[in-house]
Design a protein. Structure first.
Length: 170
């Protein structure tokens, strides 16, 4: 009987501190509700017009700086951008995840395979952020010869053009 109580006491002493360290999810996911025209040969910031969620820290505003996800804590972040370009076979497509408008922390590029294929691409970055006021944006580029749209959520489903940030700890 004493062994049973000893095991319970040891479990409480060692497992209770582990349970106290559990973190809640902190992140945000934003998306477009309308298509956005991307001019030929011009890197363009994507404006996010709706939020799937913005948990714990307020990362995004639908009123000002709608292209930005602003961090509020020093630590590691995972950034994921998913972009759907309208079908077209010409030119190059680029996704950049930028820090504070200039520093490129994620970069993906591809050439369309055909004029009729869907052009969805995902780009990710993981970054240690040392400044609690930095912001991240998704810039897209295409050089097909004319303006091309990135396609909004709702036209093909909820997983087309979106941007997510997740705080992973410090």
């Amino acid at each position: 009987m004493k062994a049973k109580y000893l095991l319970l006491l040891l479990g409480w002493l060692f497992l209770a501190p582990l349970a106290a360290k559990a973190q809640t999810f902190d992140g945000a996911r934003v998306y477009r509700t309308t298509n956005q025209a991307i001019p030929n040969n011009t890197a363009t910031a994507v404006g996010w017009t709706a939020e799937s969620y913005d948990a714990v820290s307020p990362y995004h505003s639908l009123v000002s700086n709608i292209t930005r996800m602003t961090v509020s804590a020093v630590g590691y972040y995972r950034l994921t951008a998913n972009v759907y370009f309208e079908a077209n076979g010409a030119g190059l497509r680029v996704i950049q995840i930028r820090r504070n408008g200039t520093d490129i922390v994620g970069y993906c590029t591809w050439e369309p395979e055909s004029a009729t294929d869907i052009q969805i691409q995902q780009c990710q970055a993981e970054w240690f952020e040392g400044s609690p006021t930095s912001y991240y944006e998704v810039f897209v580029y295409q050089n097909s010869g004319v303006s091309r749209d990135i396609v909004a959520d709702g036209t093909t489903g909820p997983g087309t053009t979106w941007f997510a940030i997740q705080y992973m700890g410090n």
